[in-house]
Design a protein around this ligand. Sequence first.
Ligand SMILES: [Mg+2]
Length: 208
Amino acid sequence: MIKNIIFDLDGTLYNSEVILKKFAEAAYHTLAKFQNISLEKARGLVEQKRVELKKERGYSVPYTLTLISYGVPIEFWHQENIKFFDPRNYLDKNENLVKSITELKKRYRLAVLTNNNSTQAERIIEAIGLKGLFDKVFTYNSFKLLKPDPNFLKKAAAEMNAKPEECLTVGDRYNIDLTPARDLGMQAYEVKGPEDIEKLTDNLSLKG
Ligand SMILES: [Mg+2]
């Protein structure tokens, strides 16, 4: 029986072209600073690497993993993107989502699990109106682990005292969020954004 729902953050609890663009610009800026090269050169390198990694792995790879492949320490990337932009300036409260999550909270323990850093994750959660609605927020800072490493989900479930079969993972990236969850014996639910979470609320209540 499902007792815990673990949500991905970016692309799952919000969808924003502006934030996506800000993360991309932050990534170019970070590589430029790290390699002491021009912003234009860094942009080219990052985007070229994303194409290569996508070909290699068969799915589009987030900026965090792209920068790591250039040897950028993740702490440096996080420090730079925290300084580069504040998501609270670009995101609005999502009333429908607040309603859905509030409903789910009555029956399940809820967590967020994201490769983002804790500063940006908390800013985003606050901006979309979900502050205080999650029992746990797991970020890179929690265990120094990144999805798709299954140990990230495993440690999070352990901290929630949850068995895998009691967990449902909700995410927008099949290979990053959902495959590791299924491999651990959790249930997985793919969404294209927050509007699909309303459907999740309906589906779960149908199941009783
Ligand atoms: Mg995502």
